[in-house]
Design a protein around this ligand. Structure first.
Ligand code: NIG
Ligand code: FE
Length: 422
């Protein structure tokens, strides 16, 4: 677009523009960089079509680029920031588990319920029984909820089919959901969630089945391969072999690890060059330093603070110490029917500040730019910089420090995706 072309969209007079931009880097934000990005007081964001054209202080705005066709939005008294990036969800599933929540409130643990044939496996039964239209309708309902919270890009995992036919069906439904509304979807294959019911007690054989019969057909439909490394799911060595095979087939890697025990899954995945290691509640600060080194500062730890809250766990990932150990950190809901039925990424940010020791600026980086790194979308979203997709939020508050403060509220006033108000 020529620099002289009038802007198609101009958001002006923002009380604060949270740019998330800082010194150019080819790695996710880590250590002090997680809070050293730029905030502009009284600023503007201008777009050409679906792309950000300029971001700056109002004093620098080139009025000559405002034409009759420019849509102007006044952001007086508002924070303006990049759309939220939700980097870990299990979007497509059948039914819900309100019944098990009752059992949890009466004292049963997550792993007890899983071992009794409930948990993930009960959602697998409901998902297999649901038709595509039903799954799609539910996914679209949840996506609309995410969008209202200001999520503009969302990662969606499979993992409630656990057989070839249903897992491929879940990928198709996620793709259709992406096509039918504006939030962009990034797909992850989590067939290795737990061994499928047909492979009970035979996790290695199940992974072999996935690697030989399913993964080749997943190519092109999912970008990442994920595995749940935990007691009752898959061990570290099984998971390592599986991820190596996935990498060989061209997939980028993710892992659910150190959620309930410190098994060493995060380090193993970082050694394989995983894009992210997720949960990390039992990862120690010393372990975090090893993960940072093994991942060469590129592997992002995705922290999911609503999960220990919902599972009534005392232990939360020590996010503060992870940041001090130079491990890049992102925050997500982990939206799923078992361990986090919430789509409120703002609440996740707030609980990360309250229970993981993160500061507001670090937590904001963790739901935007670092979350974009966690799904390899850093070139496209996560910050307000010329050339990136125009995914922009206008918030009801004038100061970012109010964001972790109004506990449980949705601060979003307007959502713009790809330069369009949605
Ligand atoms: O990320 N931990 C494993 N998987 C999901 C929970 C899935 C479920 O309970 O249905 C998670 O927390
Ligand atoms: Fe998860």
């Amino acid at each position: 677009m020529p620099a002289t072309q009038p802007y198609s969209l101009l958001i002006r007079n923002a009380a604060q523009v949270l740019t998330l931009a800082g010194p150019a880097t080819d790695k996710p934000l880590a250590g002090a960089a997680m809070h050293q990005w730029r905030i502009l007081d009284l600023g503007y964001v201008a777009c050409h079509g679906s792309t950000i054209a300029a971001v700056g202080a109002m004093a620098e705005l080139d009025e000559a680029l405002i034409g009759p066709e420019t849509r102007v939005i006044d952001a007086t008294g508002r924070v303006v920031m990049p759309g939220l990036v939700e980097c870990h969800t299990h979007l497509v599933f059948g039914g819900n588990r309100a019944d098990e929540f009752q059992r949890k409130l009466q004292g049963e643990s997550y792993l007890d319920i899983l071992a009794s044939g409930g948990g993930i496996l009960s959602t697998v039964r409901k998902t297999r029984a649901a038709c595509d239209d039903e799954l799609l309708a539910h996914a679209l309902h949840h996506l609309e909820g995410f969008r209202r919270y200001g999520v503009t890009t969302l990662e969606a995992k499979t993992g409630y089919g656990l057989d070839k036919e249903t897992e491929l069906r879940l990928l198709r439904v996620a793709r259709q959901a992406g096509q039918q509304q504006p939030v962009r979807i990034v797909s992850t294959f989590l067939g290795a969630h737990v061994p499928g019911p047909e492979y009970k007690g035979r996790p290695a054989e199940y992974l072999d089945y996935l690697a030989t019969e399913v993964l080749p057909e997943v190519r092109g439909a999912a970008e990442f391969v994920d595995v749940f490394c935990e007691e009752g799911a898959f061990g570290v060595e099984e998971a390592r072999r599986y991820l190596q095979r996935a990498r060989h087939l061209g997939f980028k890697l993710k892992i659910h690890a150190e959620q309930l025990h410190d098994l060493g899954g995060c380090l193993m995945a970082a050694e394989l060059g995983a894009t992210s290691v997720d949960h990390c509640d039992y990862l120690t600060p010393a372990g975090a330093a090893q993960v940072a080194a093994a991942g060469q500062g590129r592997t992002v730890a995705v922290l999911l603070p609503l999960v220990p809250l919902f599972l009534r766990q005392e232990k939360y990932a020590p996010g503060r110490q992870f940041i001090d150990a130079a491990l890049p950190v992102a925050i997500s809901t982990d939206f799923n029917p078992g361990s986090c039925p919430s789509k409120n990424l703002w609440l996740a940010l707030q609980v990360a500040c309250l229970k993981m020791g993160m500061t507001p600026l670090e937590a904001l980086a963790a739901v935007t730019l670092n979350a974009a790194w966690a799904i390899d979308r850093q070139h496209d979203c996560g910050s307000l910089e010329p050339g990136k997709r125009a995914d922009v939020l206008l918030l009801h508050v004038p100061d970012y420090r109010e964001l972790p403060y109004w506990l449980g509220e949705n601060p979003v006033a307007q959502v713009i995706i790809g330069g369009e108000l949605v």
